[in-house]
Write a protein that binds this ligand. Structure first.
Ligand SMILES: Nc1ncnc2c1ncn2[C@@H]1O[C@H](COP(=O)(O)OP(=O)(O)OP(=O)(O)O)[C@@H](O)[C@H]1O
Ligand SMILES: [Mg+2]
Length: 293
């Protein structure tokens, strides 16, 4: 089971490339696609779900071009677009039945499978309610339910946690982590803590390009020994912020507590701290500095 994205380019118009030479390979596991707004996450996912085409490049599943696999590929994947809108007149159960039939789930299996996915996304109680009466988070969950109805081998979820409350977020993290055991799961987010909770592998995108790929823990360890916390006065802070990547700060009266990545800061007491994914992400430039652009 191997999904290869090879040198993908995408231009929506002549003067701007939304994706530029994007390459990576996915195996069984849970991957987080991390990138700020406009990085190209949705554009890439649409192509991986074959609902849009690259300008250049190939995407292959076990060596076969996914665009020439047609139905064969569609039956392997589950996809939830970012702006998922469901058929508002349907009840949750009817909607899932409709999607199940579309995706070729065998009739004799479908009823049982619908109950299973409703349970999964915690919507069993409202199965007979119309989807249009659902809250934003509930609509998100029915979107996830339709994506997994056909037990896909490849699951592509574009910002699945957007609008979920903390309880549902945890529930969802557990479900998705579980699925990564025997599937390829790719989910996009711009929330670093989502990645920590759900994904083992990371693809970082910025401005249409892939900055970095790899195992989350390994990537975090690359900034080990370079993450510090210190308390400095305002004047020193103004200097520090120009010379180091500041992760966060806390005002403490006249002084500022700062967490930063880079070399130890001279003339101040620095305390080395354990790196987190956020430290790594900011340090590698996944997040644009205010001064850029
Ligand atoms: N249909 C389209 N026509 C023209 N430009 C588009 C279209 N869709 C996306 N773009 C452009 O492509 C770039 C990447 O957009 P995309 O939606 O893939 O980013 P994203 O990483 O998903 O962002 P977000 O976090 O906001 O969802 C942006 O510059 C965007 O303006
Ligand atoms: Mg998007």
């Amino acid at each position: 089971m191997k999904l290869q994205v090879e040198h993908i380019y995408k231009s929506y118009n002549r003067n701007k490339e939304a994706l530029r030479d994007v390459s990576f390979t996915l195996h069984k596991g849970t991957y987080g696609l991390l990138g700020e707004n406009g990085a190209g996450k949705s554009t890439l996912m649409r192509m991986m779900a074959t609902v849009d085409f690259p300008t250049k490049g190939e995407i292959c599943y076990d060596g076969k071009n996914i665009f020439s696999m047609d139905e064969g590929y569609r039956s392997l994947i589950g996809y939830m677009p970012q702006n998922y809108s469901v058929y508002p007149g349907f009840t949750a159960r009817d909607f899932l039945e409709y999607m199940g039939v579309l995706k070729g789930v065998p009739k004799e299996k479908l009823k049982h499978r619908i109950n299973e996915v409703l349970e999964f996304v915690n919507l069993s109680d409202v199965a007979e309610k119309k989807v249009k009466t659902f809250s934003g988070g509930m609509k998100r969950r029915i979107g996830i339910a339709q994506a997994i109805i056909n037990e896909p081998e490849i699951l592509i979820l574009d910002e699945p946690t957007a609008g979920l409350d903390p309880k549902e977020r945890i529930r969802f993290s557990n479900i998705i982590s579980d699925m990564g055991k025997d599937k390829i799961v790719l989910l996009s987010t711009h929330i670093v803590s989502d990645i920590e909770a759900i994904a083992n592998e990371l693809v970082v995108m910025k401005k249409g390009e892939v900055l970095e790929t790899g195992n989350v823990d390994n990537l975090v360890q690359t900034v080990k020994g370079q993450v510090w916390e210190t308390v400095v006065n305002q004047e020193t802070y103004q200097k520090l912020r120009k010379e180091r990547s500041v992760i966060h700060l806390k005002q403490m009266g006249k002084e500022v507590q700062v967490r930063f990545v880079g070399e130890r800061y001279p003339d101040a007491e620095n305390q080395q701290v354990e790196p987190t994914l956020e430290d790594y992400y900011i340090f590698t430039g996944g997040i644009m500095n205010e001064s850029e652009d």
